[in-house]
Design a protein around this ligand. Structure first.
Ligand code: ADP
Ligand code: MG
Length: 229
């Protein structure tokens, strides 16, 4: 992914005083700052409309910020809420390979990368399976395998479990935690589901485009459970 003017390189995710508003719209991000150290798995919480998806799009360089600074890796992977919006090829193996077309690899190098990425998400046995025959959780793991095949260092996941049932949801979050820790990745995961907080290193609470609380996931979980009562 290309680096836009207010992007600089870093190993984790560093955001400083980021401001964004849609044309003719109210401010969505208001001097938003946060920091995810390399190798850590952080979550981003906040009510609908608080700016979570906008922040992830700015981090990925899919939208330009009006002001502020972003420092992250140019090798960045995005996982969306609905995997049907991101899996484009007819079979699992072809889809993971599709992300490598611009890398000028030999067919053998592509094969090795695809097999390694599918092994990382425990789906090597589904390499020839049509995408339509996968469950929602398997599709999300294929989207993650695509990022691993491209050797992404930073993963941005925007409500990746929103369409999954509770068991599959917790399998996916546990798997992402294992991948972050075994590969030294850095991940920012947007969620509404408070039970997922048990798997992360820390969390941010976004309100009206600002980080209003951050830190220990257990403390944030308690705060938000009280808010729900
Ligand atoms: N393409 C768009 N054009 C104009 N406004 C938008 C657009 N996308 C989102 N918004 C607005 O930006 C604000 C933040 O949205 P979003 O980042 O999607 O929030 P979240 O992901 O936290 O629910 C909301 O008020 C939303 O209505
Ligand atoms: Mg959103």
């Amino acid at each position: 992914m290309s680096i836009t003017p207010n992007h600089a390189r870093a190993n984790g995710i560093e955001v400083k005083d980021l401001c964004f508003n849609w044309r003719h719209g109210a401010a969505v991000l208001q001097s938003c700052s946060l920091n995810v150290p390399k190798g850590e798995f952080w979550m981003l919480l906040g009510t609908n409309g608080s700016g979570k998806s906008t922040l992830l799009r700015l981090l990925a360089g899919l939208l330009p910020a009006q002001s502020g600074e972003i420092k992250t890796s140019p090798h960045l992977g995005f996982v969306f809420q609905n995997p049907d919006h991101q899996l484009v090829m007819p079979t699992v193996g072809a889809d993971v390979a599709f992300g490598l077309v611009e890398e000028r690899l030999s067919p053998n190098q592509v094969r090795v990368r695809v097999e390694e990425a599918l092994t990382a998400v425990n789906l090597l046995n589904l390499q020839r399976r049509p995408i339509y025959a996968l469950s929602g959780g398997q599709k999300q793991r294929i989207a993650i395998a695509g990022a691993i095949a491209r050797q992404c260092e930073v993963l941005l996941l925007d409500e990746p479990t929103a369409l999954l049932d509770p068991d599959t949801q917790l399998d996916l979050v546990a798997q992402v935690r294992r991948l972050v820790k075994s590969r030294g990745l850095t991940a920012l995961w947007v969620t509404h589901r408070l039970d997922e907080l048990d798997f992360c290193d820390g969390a941010f609470l976004l309100e009206q485009g600002r980080v209003v609380d951050q830190g220990e996931p257990t403390r944030l979980k308690q705060r938000l459970m009280q808010d729900q009562d």
